[in-house]
Design a protein around this ligand. Structure first.
Ligand code: 6MZ
Length: 402
């Protein structure tokens, strides 16, 4: 590992083609986009019971912790993004915003949410998100090949995708099971994932969509000690060819040996956050990093003998006080020092809340852990191995990543 660095002039992090693998759709909507949606609804006499998002979440104010963060969605954002137009508009804007930051491959994740008042069931929600993603991708590609604006879309900053070297952004979708869900609801999410799975005719006869995996997320205080209830769902997901990425040891209460072992037994391809990890589990992750530790069934989802990927969310963990201290003690540094360990990558988690785009997360890891230009490009390229997209996605990334 090289140890020298010369500061921001090492790399233009916005121009660097980047891969984002841990981004929650609703949490990635910028405050400005929420504001513009609110303003336009107000003009039509809607959203009268909601305050301006810029008052509820003033730009530059980052004072959430784990107890105030999760209610932000149910008590406010879901009440604003509560119909088809706002869902489509915000989804497209999220894709354009990532593209403008130089993200060339994005795995967005979202929890299917029925909005009965708007006539949307959970399948309608997933379909709308996939359609909005596809539209944003093609707008970005058209703009990139024209060499200009990346399709800033309605209600957001004007974007430029020239940084992606004419390639635009590709987006795949992961469906999230919320820890608060019942087992029945988790099965429902899995069935939707199968229906809208990338590259195939879904069980429901839907045309091929873009779902590549399943996530377990949500309030870290929920279901502690009960996580094994989701085991049959996770096994069925892998059998269906979906890959798993699981929020892992995010809070001390979700970091018990038993819970962590249960999750590892699901054979996830990637893990998110990975904060409160006992040494015994760390050793397993290191063994998985070297591609060892288990046999893998062909034709199933799961790691297929590949190193496990760790999605590390620096600004999220620091702002929500999930780690004691600041960036300099973030566990990115610890994993970075492991030779031949898991594949690690910085991720934004909820860029709308934390206001730190992926280019800034890379700047932070460079600054605090003294990565050289070569370290950074190597880490970026290694991430290709743990995306859930197929061989064509990987091939494209091998061509365009630095
Ligand atoms: C766990 C998180 C999260 O699904 O409506 N979510 N779950 N840990 C985190 N890090 C702090 N950040 C977001 O996006 C919002 C939902 O994602 C989950 C929460 O369940 C939140 O309600 P979607 O697109």
């Amino acid at each position: 590992m090289a140890t020298t660095t010369t500061g921001d002039d090492v790399l233009d992090f916005r121009a660097m083609p980047k891969i984002e693998l841990h981004a929650h759709l609703t949490g990635s909507i910028t405050r400005r986009c929420l504001h513009e949606i609110w303003r336009d609804k107000r003009a039509k006499g809607e959203a009268e019971d909601l305050e301006d998002p810029l008052v509820v979440m003033p730009e530059g104010r980052h004072d959430h912790d784990l107890t105030s963060f999760f209610p932000l969605f149910s008590s406010y954002i879901y009440r604003l993004i509560n119909d088809l137009p706002s869902l489509r508009r915000s989804t497209k804007q999220v894709v354009h915003d990532f593209a403008a930051d130089g993200v060339v491959y994005l795995e967005l994740r979202t929890t299917p949410r029925g909005i009965p008042a708007a006539g949307l069931d959970k399948a309608g929600y997933v379909r709308a998100v996939l359609e909005a993603i596809a539209e944003a991708e093609s707008e970005g590609a058209a703009a990139a090949s024209a060499g200009g604006d990346g399709g800033g879309g309605e209600g957001g900053a004007t974007t430029t995708t020239t940084t992606t070297r004419g390639s635009g952004i590709r987006v795949r979708l992961i469906l999230s099971v919320d820890r608060r869900n019942s087992v029945d609801e988790a099965w429902e999410v899995l069935n939707l994932a199968r229906t809208f799975m990338a590259g195939g005719e879904g069980a429901g006869g839907e045309k091929a969509g873009g779902v590549v995996g399943l996530d377990l997320c949500g309030d870290t205080a929920a279901r502690c000690g009960q996580i094994a209830m989701f085991t049959p769902v996770m096994h069925a997901a892998r059998e269906a060819g979906l890959q798993l990425t699981i929020h892992f040891a995010e809070a001390a209460s979700t970091g018990t040996d038993e819970e962590l072992q249960t999750i590892l037994d699901w054979r996830p391809s990637r893990l998110g956050h990975v904060i409160h990890v006992p040494d015994r589990i760390k050793e397993q992750l290191i063994a998985y990093g070297r591609g060892g530790g288990e046999g893998e069934g062909e034709g199933e989802g799961g790691r297929r003998g590949q190193p496990i990927g760790l999605e590390l969310c620096l600004s999220s963990n620091v702002q929500l006080k999930m780690i004691v201290g600041s960036f300099d003690v973030h566990h990115f540094g610890e994993w970075w020092r492991v030779q031949n360990g898991p594949v690690i990558m910085p991720c934004t988690d909820d860029v709308g809340v934390f206001e730190s785009p992926l280019s800034n997360e890379w700047r932070l890891v460079q600054q605090y852990f003294e990565l050289t230009r070569d370290d950074i490009t190597l880490l970026g390229r290694k991430t290709i191995d743990v995306i859930f997209g197929g061989e064509a996605d990987k091939e494209r990334l091998r061509e365009i990543m630095w």
